[in-house]
Design a protein. Structure first.
Length: 255
């Protein structure tokens, strides 16, 4: 459900989670950064081939032709596979989206798969027509959830995401530097997303609702990890530790 530039999702815990939808401005910023990275990468490849050209000529015409063919193939892959590759391995983010604090996710809040990343970016050629993403811009403007055609095909949406460091407990409670180590292997991707979503909106919640949500989520996670959490602020400190330790395993970007 979408409302006032937000995507609202009802969780199994009967808690409403809202995701701020990314608009044209923030998506354009991410696109500029990603396009710059693509251009620099392609430029470096072209420069390397140009510098190596005398060597190719010495090796023979066939070798030079193969080198040029491989260069064109590499440039094609950079421009056609860049977005799908990063969104698949970085859980819905490219370097540009990470810079702009955006993330692609499924309509129901789940992380996207490699298939979703590929499907939404296959439509990028259509969204970019006739120039400067004209079709994509019109689609975002008329869509209630700011979707371009690729998002409709893959069932995805682009949302704003706050970093964990940017979210501060409302009483500025500090978390001990040296805390317990948890085995996060049993944590599911959906549970991880639930924790992240709470952190992204906790500063906008009323204190009573915030502590209640933290307690509900912490209870669910602590039961799986077989630990006991006293109450706020320990609930938020516990969830922060779980999220950081989950990310440190390297599994976060592989989901």
């Amino acid at each position: 459900m979408a409302s006032a530039d937000k995507l609202i999702i009802e969780t199994p815990e009967q808690t409403s989670l809202d995701f701020p939808l990314a608009g044209i401005g923030s998506r354009f910023l991410a696109m500029v950064a990603d396009t710059a990275i693509q251009g620099v990468t392609a430029g470096v490849l072209i420069l390397v081939v140009a510098l190596a050209a005398p060597g190719f000529a010495w090796l023979g015409m066939i070798t030079a032709q193969w080198a040029i063919a491989l260069l064109f193939l590499a440039i094609f892959l950079i421009y056609s596979g860049y977005f799908a590759f990063f969104e698949a391995i970085w859980n819905g983010q490219t370097p540009g989206k990470r810079l702009a604090q955006l993330r692609v996710m499924k309509d129901d809040g789940r992380p996207i798969s490699a298939y979703d990343a590929t499907a939404r970016n296959l439509m990028r050629a259509v969204d970019s027509l006739p120039a400067f993403y004209g079709v994509g811009v019109i689609s975002v403007l008329v869509s209630k959830t700011n979707k371009r055609l690729g998002d409709y095909v893959a069932g995805t949406v682009v949302v704003h995401e706050k970093t964990l460091e940017g979210a501060r407990p409302f009483l500025e409670a500090s978390r001990p530097a040296d805390g317990p180590v948890y085995d996060t292997s049993s944590i599911t991707v959906d549970e991880l997303r639930l924790i992240e979503t709470f952190f992204s909106r906790r500063d906008s919640l009323e204190p009573a609702i915030r502590t209640s949500m933290a307690a509900q989520i912490a209870r669910r996670i602590s039961e799986k990890l077989n630990v006991r959490i006293a109450g706020w602020p320990q609930t938020e400190q516990f969830l922060e530790s779980v999220l950081e330790q989950y990310r440190s395993t390297g599994r976060f970007g592989q989901q």
